[in-house]
Design a protein around this ligand. Structure first.
Ligand code: PMP
Length: 428
């Protein structure tokens, strides 16, 4: 096997490599694998860390004596709001503790904005001729499908190492009043792992926008999901925006989906107190209160904000070796060949793999036929259109470590075969 850039090989050597990779791939298919690297789900071992929740809560009263079994308390249990306010660097009165999904809170905010407008809107967004959002790419696929479902158009900007490309964002939002908002996954972004810097956050918080009610959907889903001891600190977007005179611009989201149970955690929203009141006013038309029993058991399970941080260390101990394994296999199999680049994330749930332009969908197809499910190529882009057909999102947390190894060996073989096919075709 070569370790020089494949593009430098002679036509004969390339033909030999292609042959070699075809054989390796046939052998791979013969193994009858059934592996899945598609979605960023916690593994069973991670879920087990929170099993004590199944025996909680002890008692039925919160700190103020309220019976959590009953209706009420739309903004969530005060103790839990305080705990997560500390973790998200905001004030408790700016936080709502809700149901089990932050994505639902994002959807609700967008629907309220469309139907009613925000606290700073001239009219409901659906009365505008057109509503558009800035989408840093690659990004989270469900953000994009959510916008698409509401008829909100998407304009892409690059997501750099230090966050969204500020110059590109500024140029878009300054002139065009139809651009009403943007997504930012500020910490260990899905899928690139990038963390938005203080400087970029400050610019986004303060930039002039043609739309008076421009919103930053600050989805801090991975705020606490460190993979190393060096823990990234999220920029304090609410304070930055308030200081810049745009207090209602950011709406922050987070959840315990990847802290306790992905299907039965608690989601949080944080924003200016006026925006929180706006959200609760609309929410209250359809809910008398959240599942406070779940809130109380989370309070008892964690004990404190430090309890949450300690719990995240146990997650890290389980998943960090899986991320290391992804990097080891890719480095050993693809290093030096100039056919792929990938990141070594410091946190979050994904590895972002860029293969030779034009080959991502072929890699995913080859992997599928060999029994390894990968997220469809293009998923991390609006309308599933990756203009370069180069990007693949890998999610290694769910399978046990030996399966991560096996799946990554298979991915490497598929990347090599797709690259050899492409380069051989070009040289032919
Ligand atoms: N935001 C991002 C960036 C995510 O990656 C995910 C889960 N994959 C979510 C939100 C979903 O969060 P929740 O479970 O709280 O709805």
């Amino acid at each position: 096997m070569t370790s020089q850039p494949i593009a430098d090989l002679s036509a004969d050597d390339l033909a030999a490599l292609l042959e070699e990779q075809r054989k390796a791939y046939e052998e791979l298919k013969g193994r009858g694998l059934k592996l899945d690297l598609t979605r960023g789900k916690p593994s069973a071992e991670q879920l087990d860390l929170s099993d004590e929740l199944l025996t909680l809560p002890r008692g039925t009263r919160d700190a103020s004596g309220t019976d959590v079994r009953n209706y009420g308390g739309l903004s969530g249990l005060q103790e839990l709001r305080e705990m997560f306010a500390e973790l998200l660097w905001v004030e408790p009165e700016q936080v709502v503790a809700g149901g089990n999904s932050s994505l639902t809170m994002m959807r609700d905010c967008l629907v309220y904005l469309m139907l009613f407008g925000g606290v700073d809107s001239e009219r409901p967004w659906n009365r505008e001729e057109k509503v558009r959002f800035v989408c840093p790419v690659p990004g989270y696929d469900r953000h994009f499908t959510l916008l698409e479902s509401l008829g909100i158009e998407m304009v892409t900007v690059p997501f750099n190492e230090d966050g969204p490309d500020v110059a590109a964002v500024k140029a878009l939002v300054a002139e065009d009043a139809s651009i009403k908002g943007m997504w930012v996954v500020p910490t260990y972004a899905n899928p690139t792992g990038a963390t938005t810097s203080q400087e970029v956050a400050a610019e986004l918080a303060g930039m002039p926008t043609a739309a008076p009610d421009f919103k930053i959907f600050w989805d801090n889903a991975y705020a606490l999901h460190h993979l190393t001891e060096e823990e990234a600190k999220s920029a304090d977007i609410l304070t930055l925006a308030a200081a810049a005179g745009h207090p209602h611009r950011p709406i922050m989201f987070a959840s315990t989906s990847k802290i306790t149970f992905a299907g039965a955690g608690v989601a949080f929203l944080a924003a200016s107190t006026k925006t929180v009141a706006w959200y609760l006013d609309h929410l209250g038309k359809g809910s008398i209160g959240p599942d406070k029993i779940n809130h109380l058991r989370h309070v008892q399970f964690f004990g404190s904000a430090q309890g949450v941080r300690d719990h995240m260390v146990r997650h890290r101990q389980i998943i960090a070796p899986k991320f290391e394994e992804v990097d080891r296999v890719l480095t050993e199999r693809l290093g030096g060949l100039d056919i792929a680049t990938w990141n070594k994330p410091q946190g979050g749930y994904f590895v972002n793999l860029d293969v030779l332009p034009g080959t991502a969908s072929r890699v995913v197809e080859l992997a599928r036929e060999a029994g390894v499910a990968l997220t469809p190529a293009g998923s991390s882009f609006p309308y599933k259109r990756d203009p370069e057909n180069t990007n693949i999102r890998l999610a290694p947390t769910m399978p046990p470590l030996p399966e991560v190894t096996e799946a990554m060996e298979a991915v490497a073989t598929c990347v090599l075969l797709a690259a050899a096919e492409k380069l051989a075709a070009e040289k032919a």
